[in-house]
Design a protein around this ligand. Structure first.
Ligand SMILES: Nc1nc2c(ncn2[C@@H]2O[C@H](COP(=O)(O)OP(=O)(O)OP(=O)(O)O)[C@@H](O)[C@H]2O)c(=O)[nH]1
Ligand SMILES: [Mg+2]
Length: 320
């Protein structure tokens, strides 16, 4: 089986047809919508809620999304192509620059920008950066105050006032991304703003990302859930092989750590931690792959300070 055959075998994206070559061209409200915001505002949560499946990694830690992900929302009369961007934050390392480039690309591709705000945190430097990008990208911007379930009216007012300084004309909405009905109101708003055009993707497509790349994200999600502080941020996950057979899917992956000292933490006493990580990751990947049996191998290697090396980031496709 060729590499390409292996990649398209997944149910998530039938990459058989080129974009625009759909066999059943249909028309409706459609366009590209960027999800912009500082880290941890709920961009990926919103994407998962509206797609009705767990494609994007979500965690309570900032900088969960490292690379933009495309998610396609389809309903009877619309197809909204969401671009989930990494959270906007200041650049310190090469990986931050790669993430900033990813955000810039998403804004370039967007017809409408949804700027997600987390009012539970007092606006700070990252909010300033997000507001700057939104106000200078030249695209229509919707300000969306997320986490309505846990924020106070005063917090929402303060956050809105902060963003309105740079985006005085932008329309604002409140939302709870964890709640389908609430997220649905943003969908309705977007539908009212998008033009009527031919759809670019098949109605069944949910994303253009291959299952193996989503699986790498889900392993990262398990790392973020189980490891403390900076450790998960200093790990890169790559999928080395993905073999589908009658008995299930065999996956070989590599966790690249930044320091030898992190090995012991990731493996844990008697291998307890790595077992827990594998268990959590297998559960998430099996769910993604419609309950298939998952045989997951995880190798560990150390590449000192890999987040500072542009060439390494290119090799693992974190820098396009
Ligand atoms: N209470 C509440 N929590 C939310 C809501 N939306 C997201 N969260 C939580 O906020 C945290 C961050 O969510 P993510 O979706 O990973 O945020 P993100 O904006 O994609 O973050 P980055 O990828 O780091 O930029 C997670 O713990 C979510 O469960 C919401 O509407 N209400
Ligand atoms: Mg995210």
């Amino acid at each position: 089986m060729s590499e390409i055959d292996e990649q398209v075998k997944g149910d998530v994206f039938d990459g058989g047809d080129a974009v625009g070559a759909s066999m059943t061209p249909e028309k409706g409200r459609t366009g590209y919508v960027a999800l912009l915001g500082r880290p941890n505002t709920g961009k990926s949560t919103f994407l998962n809620t509206v797609l009705g499946c767990h494609l994007a990694a979500v965690s309570s830690k900032p900088q969960t999304t490292r690379k933009s992900m495309l998610g396609i929302y389809n309903d009877r009369d619309s197809q909204i192509i969401f671009l989930d961007a990494p959270g906007v934050h200041p650049s310190k390392l090469a990986i931050d620059e790669a993430m900033s480039e990813s955000v810039a690309k998403v804004l370039e591709d967007a017809d409408i920008v949804v700027c997600l705000i987390d009012p539970t945190r007092t606006p700070g430097e990252e909010d300033g950066l997000a507001a700057d990008l939104a106000s200078t990208c030249g695209k229509p911007v919707l300000l969306v105050l997320n986490k309505n379930d846990v924020s106070t009216p005063q917090q929402r007012q303060a956050s809105l006032a902060f963003y309105r300084e740079k985006l005085p004309q932008a329309e604002a909405l409140e939302m709870t991304a964890l709640d389908g009905a609430s997220a649905g109101r943003l969908i309705a708003k977007l539908k009212s703003l998008l033009p009527e055009e031919l759809f670019l993707y098949d109605r069944e497509d949910v994303t253009t990302v291959y299952e193996r790349d989503i699986a790498a994200e889900l392993i990262r999600e398990a790392l973020l859930e189980l490891l403390r502080e900076e450790i998960p941020h200093a790990i890169a996950v790559t999928i080395d092989s993905w073999t589908v057979s009658d008995t299930g899917i065999a996956i070989e992956s590599t966790l690249t750590l930044e320091r030898e000292a992190h090995k012991g933490i990731v493996i844990g006493q008697g291998g307890k931690m790595i077992k827990a990580i594998r268990h959590a990751a297998v559960k998430k990947i099996a769910e993604l792959c419609q309950g298939a049996h998952i045989d997951l191998e995880m190798r560990i290697r150390v590449v000192p300070n890999w987040r500072k090396h542009k060439q390494f980031l290119k090799n693992i496709k974190l820098w396009e």
